[in-house]
Design a protein around this ligand. Sequence first.
Ligand SMILES: [Zn+2]
Length: 173
Amino acid sequence: MLTRRNFGLAGLGLVAAAAGLRTASSHANEETMSTSTETFEITKTPEEWRKILTPEQYYVLREHGTERAGSSPLDKNYADGTYECAACDLPLYSSETKFNSGTGWPSFYKPLDNAIGTSVDKGFFTTRTEVHCRRCGGHLGHVFNDGPPPTGLRYCMNGVALKFSPKTDKSTG
Ligand SMILES: [Zn+2]
């Protein structure tokens, strides 16, 4: 059965070639922007992901989709707590680094340590830096250079890819 994972493995050579040649093949571009070239601690088949994710979560996390701006309640959430990966629960961002970007997407100026990975997302008109969960590879959003101090970065996240865990008295990190 030709699963996405198998395809990713089979595409390794192609991806390597594309990285060197920057081929104009649109198909190759689609696959090079994906996170399938990395190895993640948590890997599942599409069927397994579909069982634990909502259709919206699957669309964003596994198919690099983008939620409608302003659609996530987390965009306006400024409570103290931690934002975790909706797919594998890895803590990704602290509420302390969240800011109102006015974009309609939850935005942060800094991720937690060892939380995310990035890849180059080369489109026809723009080159963006894609952001994904370093543990499961789930697509989270993009990072831009127009953020506030101290980093100057703006991690523009899909709220549907995040789970908010409110801070409790027991600080377990
Ligand atoms: Zn994850």
